[in-house]
Write a protein that binds this ligand. Structure first.
Ligand code: DGL
Length: 266
């Protein structure tokens, strides 16, 4: 790929979750232009069928291709689980997908027990199951579906009683199995890291794939030798105001260039 290629990097998720990935990419690639798409009109994807998710991601990908993106980061574990194979087969543009960080968790554990928190869609996916099979032969894996957590993050209720209650419900059974490593297998969950830490304490290491994705991107597109700062453009398919408010908290930066765009889903 051309070093000076100013075509944007496309990043998408079902809402604000992928901003955890956006933030890391922006840090590593100050000179790249980035377009972020948050499909908050159809959020959450967690319980949607594979067919429905493929249709939604197809529309987002077509939109990002029209915007001249040169690579697309599927910054959503659930969307990756259902559609990455389809997208790779049907579009020429390169994709980077997300998957729960099972391998580093399996390598890190001393107790031999790891926990994974993700959506139903992610656990149902082939990617999760083949990775689990490959790396967890000598490790006990304890899983929990984080039903409802994405919605709470999307409405900015990270510190609410409901969030704490749900997190305790999902994490406590894993703690009773002596996990020392917890994989945050959804890009929305690192936004709840502080709340999760209060439940797990310091003895449990939290692992997510945020940094690994930025590293992967670096291996595909090296930073261009230009001094021009990259631009950020945000699109959402649903509510703008809420996305902007919560998004600014996540990326710790103001979101200026944002607009609503209707997603053409067939
Ligand atoms: N951020 C998405 C993920 O990584 C959330 C999925 C959803 O919308 O349920 O899985």
């Amino acid at each position: 790929m051309n070093k000076f290629n100013k075509q944007p990097i496309g990043v998408f998720d079902t809402g604000v979750g992928g901003l955890t990935i956006f933030k890391e990419i922006r840090k590593k690639f100050p000179f790249e232009n980035i377009i972020y798409f948050g499909d908050n009109a159809h959020c959450p994807y967690g319980n949607k069928s594979k067919f429905k998710i493929i249709n939604l991601t197809k529309s987002i990908v077509q939109f990002l291709i029209k915007e001249r993106c040169k690579i697309i980061i599927v910054a959503c574990n659930t969307a990756t689980a259902s559609s990455i194979e389809y997208l790779r087969q049907n579009y020429e543009i390169p994709f980077i997908g997300m998957e729960p960080a099972i391998k580093p968790a399996a390598l890190n554990t001393i107790s031999g027990n790891i926990g994974i928190l993700a959506t139903k869609g992610t656990f149902d996916g082939e990617l999760y199951n083949s990775t689990r099979e490959k790396y967890t032969n000598n490790v006990n894996v304890h899983i929990s579906i984080g039903e409802g957590l994405v919605e709470l993050v999307e409405s900015g209720k990270m510190n609410s009683q409901s969030s704490i209650k749900l997190l305790k419900k999902y994490i406590s059974p894993m703690l009773s199995k002596n996990i020392d490593t917890l994989v945050l297998g959804c890009t929305h969950y690192p936004i709840l890291k502080e709340q999760i830490k209060k439940i797990t304490g310091n003895k449990v290491k939290l692992i997510d794939s945020t940094k690994a994705i930025a590293e992967r991107l670096l291996s595909i597109i090296p930073n261009p030798e230009t001094k021009t700062k990259g631009t950020d453009i945000f699109y959402v398919s649903g509510e703008v105001k809420k996305f902007k408010k919560i998004g600014e908290m996540i990326i710790e930066h103001s979101i200026k260039n944002i607009s609503k765009t209707k997603l053409e889903v067939k």
